[in-house]
Design a protein around this ligand. Structure first.
Ligand SMILES: Cc1ncc(COP(=O)(O)O)c(C=O)c1O
Length: 416
């Protein structure tokens, strides 16, 4: 027998093992000041490329006013209790109605957090007779939802439609015995690599197989499609998505999320989703803030146009400069370099301290050993000057990386 605390003291977890050296700089950094293209990090202004503030709504004057007015009028206590018991309100229902109209779905349920909502939705939609088939690069909230599923689950390699077909064949055989159903879960835009889920191809498989499609479009809502209604709209298959998930945490720069589907499914979720039944409703200022953001998202297409102007300039500029950015089809912009984890750390340090550029770094085990991924998130509040400056700075650090300037097991203090 072991003591739980002793076990934890020996095994700190894949990221926790770096906590002592990384905390406050590489992990848990504090970005201060108004949310914009430039913010303060450790007392100095830096160019920020790591916030999912796609449309620049976080600090939009109309948004700030709506948030402040709603907080002054209602406070954060209202409504009290879960929606089902005592926490329902007209603004909650208004927001659900407006989201349904925007998403061209019959009904919508608000979720307090995207992550929890996704986990709980998966938990409530399937039982032990059902099979879930999912993409191998699915977000943690999908993976954690699967952990609650006591029936079978089959994974297909990322966006591999031929393999998905095989998994659907297996699943179809299995549910013939269990008398269950099949739920396919994938994403609209994959948040690390930026490529889209092949929704069109997945939907086409409905001609051959009997399944329902659940799409997590956290990064696609507000950024993809003609009106911003997401990746289903972008690929012309909105109707083929049976259950659509979007979060407020990215394009809307808020907290909360939603699921849109047909009336019966949403009613089922309202009465069966444990994360909503057993938790307090979204506070009123968040709901009213979301109504304002949705209005801007719908009525100001220039925000999405600007996001894409910056995205296209950044991605084509990086490619023209010889950088490897993978297969992104969305604003998410990964830049792949080769190097060790200490090299990645020193490179980030150089970028932050000497170029005043703040971006996220992703290393093994999220990407293969020897790969350093810098992840840039363009927004509508960036400028073309920001883009050019960043590409030139990236050229410098790539040169340094290749010249071995960052090669050391320790932080290269000369960079500080
Ligand atoms: C693909 C995906 N799904 C779900 C979530 C969770 O959303 P939330 O931040 O609203 O909990 C995120 C956010 O990180 C995400 O990227």
């Amino acid at each position: 027998m072991v003591d739980i605390f002793e076990k934890i003291s020996k095994s700190r977890g894949p990221l926790g093992m770096y906590a002592k050296v990384a905390h406050g700089y590489f992990t848990f950094p504090k970005l201060e000041g108004d949310i914009s293209n430039k913010m303060i990090f450790r007392g100095k202004e830096r160019l920020i490329w790591s916030l999912n503030n796609y449309l620049g709504l976080a600090n939009h004057p109309e948004v700030r006013k709506a948030d402040a007015d709603a907080a002054a009028e209602y406070g954060f206590a209202l409504p009290m209790g879960a929606r089902m018991m005592s926490g329902n309100s007209n603004p909650h229902e208004q927001l659900e109605k407006e989201l349904s109209d925007f998403m061209s779905k019959e009904d919508t349920i608000l979720l307090n957090f995207g992550y929890q909502g996704m986990v709980s939705a998966i938990d409530s939609l399937v039982d032990r007779h059902d099979v879930i088939v999912y993409d191998s690069e699915a977000h943690a909230c999908i993976i954690d939802g699967l952990r609650l599923h006591i029936g079978k689950r089959f994974v297909y390699p990322h966006n591999d439609i031929t393999n998905l077909e095989k998994q659907l064949e297996r699943a179809t055989k299995l549910v013939a015995d269990t008398n269950g159903g099949i739920l396919v879960i994938t994403e609209g835009v994959f948040g690390m690599s930026g490529d889209m889920g092949k929704l069109k191809e997945v939907v086409a498989l409905k001609n051959k197989f009997n399944f329902r499609l659940f799409v997590d479009d956290a990064h696609g809502f507000g950024t993809m499609g003609k009106t911003g209604a997401g990746t289903g709209e972008e690929q012309g298959v909105q109707d083929g998505i049976d259950i659509y998930f979007g979060t407020f945490a990215k394009s809307m720069a808020l907290i909360g999320a939603f699921i849109s589907s047909n009336e019966q499914i949403v009613e089922f979720l309202r009465y069966n989703m444990r994360s909503q039944i057993f938790a307090k409703a979204l506070p009123m200022p968040l709901v009213i803030g979301a109504i304002k953001r949705l209005e801007l998202l719908r009525t100001q297409p220039s925000l999405k146009d600007k996001l894409w102007e910056i995205t296209n300039a950044l991605q084509s500029g990086l490619k023209n400069a010889g950088f490897e950015i993978g297969n992104t089809q969305s604003p998410v912009t990964p830049v792949y370099l080769n190097g060790t984890i200490p090299e990645a750390t020193n490179l980030i340090l150089d970028l932050r301290e000497n170029y005043d550029i703040f971006c996220s770094m992703v290393v093994y085990p999220v990407v293969p050993k020897g790969v350093i991924m810098l992840r840039l998130i363009p927004t509508a509040v960036h400028t073309l000057e920001n883009v050019n400056y960043t590409i030139n700075s990236f050229k410098d650090v790539q040169k340094n990386l290749k010249a071995g300037k960052y090669a050391s097991d320790k932080i290269v203090t000369s960079l500080l």
